[in-house]
Design a protein around this ligand. Structure first.
Ligand code: ATP
Length: 231
């Protein structure tokens, strides 16, 4: 079955996973995230946060238990459809040596320049856009030359926003930004997450405050899970 448009619910029932069968890194997770809610995920290095994100993108097949998106078992979704409906924002933004337009649309030509400019404006990147020497035709370097860390992150949000996915998985950058950029980024993240389901691996206090539910994992086990106000 195809995934519906709009925010997607996420459910895990006794989800256990290991990179090798002998050594599970996630143990019997039970999570119920209704469509449109934001889950903040906290845990130390190696606790299993990234693994959780990988399973949602179906980079690995689940071994035990169930993972449902909009009520559909993930292994029954089509990979292409699944990845259309999930927007992933990682810590390191992958840019390529191409125009700003191509970097934002992945060469998808059904996205108009007007749409791109509108989203840049919505996400607070108008000033940055107006500073570009050749507008959307400006060529970026593959290492993101000429971009600050904050701008690169804002571009990553723009890219995801343009695809309009129903579920956002975000591994937030932990680097410190100047307060003005930080504020821009917070606003952009709020805009992106509005009316979508979000699973955010949280490195910032602002994110934890924005989450409806909090999940704390330790060594692949749930340590705490519930509505933020009750924890
Ligand atoms: P970090 O905060 O450092 O990103 P994390 O909470 O995201 O950590 P994971 O990367 O999910 O943790 O790792 C969970 C466990 O799985 C760790 O013990 C890790 O060593 C192991 N692991 C992660 N990726 C692989 C892999 N590709 N193959 C084998 N083991 C892996």
């Amino acid at each position: 079955p195809l995934l519906p448009t709009g925010a997607l619910s996420v459910e895990m029932h006794n989800l256990t996973f290991g990179y090798t069968p002998e050594e599970p890194v996630l143990h019997s997770l039970n999570i119920k995230l209704p469509a449109g809610r934001i889950l903040g995920v906290l845990g130390r290095t190696g606790s299993g946060k990234t693994t959780l994100a990988r399973l949602l993108l179906r980079l690995y097949e689940i071994q035990h238990g169930e993972l449902l998106l909009a009520g559909i078992p993930i292994q029954q979704t089509r990979l292409h459809d699944l990845r259309q409906h999930i927007g992933m924002v990682t810590q390191d933004v992958q840019l390529f040596h191409a125009s700003v337009r191509a970097n934002l649309t992945y060469f998808q030509d059904d996205i108009s320049d007007e749409q791109i400019i509108e989203v840049l404006k919505t996400l607070g990147l108008s000033n940055w856009y107006h500073s570009l020497p050749s507008g959307l035709d400006t060529i970026l370097g593959s290492e993101g030359e000429g971009l600050s860390a904050g701008e690169a992150q804002l571009l990553a949000l723009t890219r995801v926003f343009l695809r309009d996915p129903g579920l956002i998985i975000m591994d937030e950058a932990s680097s410190r930004l100047d307060p003005a950029t930080e504020q821009l980024l917070e606003q952009a993240i709020n805009t992106l997450l509005a009316e979508r389901t979000g699973i955010v691996i949280a490195h910032r206090l602002a994110t934890i405050q924005r989450a409806d539910d909090i999940l704390i994992i330790e060594d692949g086990h749930i340590l705490e899970y519930g509505p933020r106000q009750q924890l």
